[in-house]
Design a protein around this ligand. Structure first.
Ligand code: ADP
Length: 259
């Protein structure tokens, strides 16, 4: 297939999806995948037809976080996403690569893999597509932003100064691509003390707010830190499905209302 045909297929495929959201971050470890996964599950839980796609070849966390276990099925050029919950279909680019194999792909290879991926997954009609991109401003987010014109970037940060600096770079990148930012999500904003119920600001304060002001962006939400998130996500249990009633879950419900 040549490039023009591939792009036509991508456009056709994306035209059946109402809202496309690219989840980005300035650097790794701020909870980008956690936010992408739980946002998608929360949207599906609210009744929206949602797709979740992981294009991170180097650190494929989404599949693990949602307990994706089957190899994707490919039928006549079409990749069939796994239906994980009612309203939620998931596919991970990493599933096409052998587990434990370090991926050494050069830029152009990554780009063409992403084009194919965007064009070939049989989503059907969707309300939302959540795309988890690798951290930073490399080939993958660049390709997606260029290929899907009406995509809205959502940027995840922690309140910490260094994280905020990195995110500033990602936000400038989004601006330079002339994309309309959906907003900023601050993760690990605080922890609720199990003894007194007070707020503990583990990683400083105000990073998300500061960025939102600087870039005239919306601070969409502040997600608290909860140690259970770590062990749950290692078992493929999401915040939305396995931490019902918690403050972290509530913060995702609030986030969905703002999107
Ligand atoms: P990234 O995609 O930015 O690299 P991850 O989503 O993989 O980050 O999160 C990094 C680590 O932090 C994981 O172990 C994850 O479980 C944990 N984590 C993310 N968000 C939270 C949170 N709100 N509370 C507790 N742990 C979190």
């Amino acid at each position: 297939r040549n490039l023009a045909e591939t792009m036509k297929k991508v456009r056709e495929n994306m035209s059946h999806i109402k809202h496309k959201i690219l989840v980005m971050s300035g650097k790794g470890g701020v909870g980008k995948s956690t936010v992408a996964v739980n946002l998608a599950v929360a949207l599906a839980d609210e009744g929206f037809k949602t797709g979740l796609i992981d294009i991170d070849l180097h650190g494929p966390n989404v599949a693990k976080m949602v307990g994706l276990n089957k190899k994707p099925v490919v039928v006549e050029d079409q990749i069939i996403p796994q239906e994980l919950l009612p309203n939620l279909k998931v596919v991970s680019l990493a599933s096409f690569v052998e587990e434990d194999t370090p991926v050494i792909w050069r830029g152009p290879m990554k780009t063409s893999a992403i084009y194919q991926f965007l064009g070939d997954v049989a989503w059907g009609e969707l309300d939302f597509l959540i795309i988890d991109a690798p951290p930073g401003t490399g080939d993958e987010p660049l390709t997606i932003l260029q290929t899907v014109p009406d995509i809205r970037p959502l940027v995840v940060t922690t309140p910490q100064e260094v994280s905020v600096l990195d995110v500033g770079r990602a936000l400038k990148f989004v601006e330079s691509m002339k994309k309309k930012l959906l907003g900023i999500v601050e993760n690990m904003s605080y922890m609720v003390c199990p003894h007194c119920g007070g707020k503990i600001e583990l990683f400083g304060k105000g990073g998300g707010e500061k960025l939102a002001k600087e870039f005239s962006a919306t601070l969409l939400g502040q997600i608290p830190f909860d140690p259970k998130v770590v062990s749950n996500s290692d078992r493929g249990e999401t915040i939305i499905t396995h931490m019902r009633g918690s403050i972290v879950e509530k913060s995702f419900r609030d986030l969905v209302k703002k999107i």
